[in-house]
Every structure is written in structure tokens, then in C-alpha cells.
Design a protein around this ligand. Sequence first.
Ligand code: CP
Ligand code: NVA
Length: 308
Amino acid sequence: MQLKHFLQFNDFCREEYEYLFERTRWIKQEFKQYRQYWPLSDRTLAMIFDKNSTRTRLSFEAGMHQLGGAAIYLSTRDTQLGRGEPVEDAARVISRMVDLIMIRTYEHDIIKRFAENSRVPIINGLTDEYHPCQIMSDIFTYIEYRGSIEGKTIAWIGDSNNMCNTWLQAAEIFNFKVQVSTPPGYDINPERIGLSGTTHYEKFANPHKAVIGADLVTTDVWTSMGFESEAEQRKNDFAEFCVDEEMMSLAKSNALFMHCLPAHRGEEVSTEVLDGPQSVVWDEAENRLHTQKALMEYLLLGKLDAGS
Ligand code: CP
Ligand code: NVA
């Protein structure tokens, strides 16, 4: 089988996502029925964390266990990576001992170098630039609630971060539109994420304008991991970018609200919206588990027949 990595959202085509979502539905249903499904018995996943995590660690570790395999948690703090062992050497060694590797790190270049030296598939568990596993779960969640996302309008409010970049990549593949509103100085940079010619987004200086007509409103923390030194400045710069009930009322009446979590109530989202009737954040978080089980199965076993 050809070696395949999942480093950014556009590493897969639409047809592959349709397959993964089909598998996700089946895997989720089996899990909910307490039916054992162990296609990855004897397979091992290594998870390398350079940044904190709750959902990503848990969903990969539990997911691998539920598929019959094992997961090993490695942190740069207590491996030789934290003492300067080159990424290339670590990739060569780790990929001789396990079947699959998930990495959460800083610059995308690190994960690229890791993948170039790996014998096994690499999954991006978040970099400064992208968070593809999260967007896979978000789109799956949208489809569960509302059906196809094609032709829909997504409002992105806040920082032009890894989540925003990945939504923009997904818009190309699923053919939807992203209405982006970021504060001055925090503009999106489509060239940087290989989307110089994209027509799938529109920029709005005013966040209230960006949510008009939206089928889904989504946001994320004002300060992503790795940017903590800017946190105080960002609190000022993003003060007008809180998704609250007034802002939500400008979107379509059946609009959903998503947030990858962890959330800061009273900053990027109000308590009323996060805990309100339009919010689907808990399903969005749970679906990390099911979508990533389909992803790991696909990377290790390729396409399987339905219901097997
Ligand atoms: N959404 C997400 O990736 O959460 P964690 O940082 O907890 O993994
Ligand atoms: N944009 C956030 C997402 C956390 C899951 C970060 O990178 O910290």
C-alpha cells in the first residue's frame, strides 16, 4: 500500500472524505452499540506532543484502543527531542517501531520534515498553521445536523489561526464559502496556505456583517498555543470579536455554533452562545473520536468494503 500522510486538509480529496465520513458513521454506530471492532489489533500509534492537549490525546489514545491497537504518549519534554535530537533522526527511529505517528507541534515545517523521514503514516494533531483532524470532525458534525455542507456559508470570527486556515482549505474541497472577520493586523494570508487563487472566502472588517446569512458561526481562542506572550495585547485587539447572542441573531435562524475547544467564556464566545441551543460543541468534540478512528483505519488498511 502506498504511504499516505495527513499533514493538511488538502492532502485528501473530496472522494476520500466522503469515504471517511461513511466509515465514521458505521464506526460510530458500532461503538454506540458496544460492538467490538478490532481491525488494528497489534498495531501501535505513537503520539508526540510538543503542546498541551486534552481532546486530541484522548481521542487518539481511546480511538486506537477501541480499534484493538495500542497508543504510546511521547512528550518532547521527556524524550530526546527536547534535548535537541534532530527531527529527521527521531522520525527514522520512531517509525521503525510503530505503525502510525500523530504529532502536535509548532511550525508546519517540523511535521513535514518528520514525514519526509518516516516509514509510516504521519497525522497532524495541530501545528501553528493547521488543525485538519478538528475540521474533519467539524464538517462531519455539520453534516450530521444539517446534511451536505456544499454551498453553505460559514462565518469565521476572530484570529486567522490554524483553525481558520484549515476551514479555508476545506472550503475549496467541499465547495462552501467562508466569511472571515479578523481584527486589523490579524489578517488571513491565503498565499501562505497555498490558496492564492481561492474564491471561497470573503473578508469583513465588521464581525457583525460577517455572520449575516451564515449557516454556521465558528470561532476559536484569541491566543493560540505558542503565542502566549501576545495574550494581553490580543485581549484588547479582539475585544469587539466576541460571538454573543446579538451576533448570532444576525446569522440564519437555524445556524449552528462551533468551537474546537477549549473555550474562554466571556472572551471569544459568550456563555449564552457556548451553552445555548445553537451550540453543537460537545458533539463536535466527541466526533474527534469517531472521525479519527476512520482516519487511522484508512491510513493503515486502505479502503474497506461497507460494513466490514
Ligand atoms: N480541539 C482540540 O484540539 O483540543 P485539545 O487541545 O484539547 O487537543
Ligand atoms: N487555535 C488553538 C486551537 C487549540 C485546539 C491553538 O492552536 O492553541
